[in-house]
Design a protein around this ligand. Sequence first.
Ligand code: MN
Length: 198
Amino acid sequence: MRLRQYLERRNFTISPEPSGGTGQQQSELPIFVIQKHAATHLHYDFRLEIDGVLKSWAVPKGPSTDPKDKRLAVPTEDHPLEYATFEGTIPEGEYGGGTVMVWDIGTFENIKQKNGEPVSLEQSYKNGQIEIILFGTKLQGGYTLIRFKTDTNDGSWLLIKMRDEYAHIPANPTISKTNSALTNRTMAQIRKGYYGKY
Ligand code: MN
């Protein structure tokens, strides 16, 4: 039960987050989403559809379009595919309490190869070496996710922009493009929507 941790951490009678998942692929290419999450510490949740779930990383500084930036990406629990379009406010005191925005959403292509042979996303995830092309509304082009180990780290990853025509140096899209990719709302508007609705 891959979503056990996700389900255990949440009370769905209190949180507006989706409670389950079909694991059914929605599009020909797998989907990705980057959710801006104003929890205790603002971060960006980077999620990739792999094997019927959204594999997830919390990226404190958010993605960069500068290939020189190595952005720390801390793995978090698998999320259901339905989470990709979740936007709203998780009540304070609940797990991940705070406002969530769909900052970017789209599809991606796995381009990882080894010795000229394609490597599946599942295998790439296990190996800690993912190479993809994003087709988002804000982010496009190649990105690498690499797992690294140190004495004090047991498996964090780095998110790095590949050098291609979509690398913009030193533009920072988390500063220049701040509205929702799904609803064009600001964080404040999403937050107000929650209070207006409930
Ligand atoms: Mn988060």
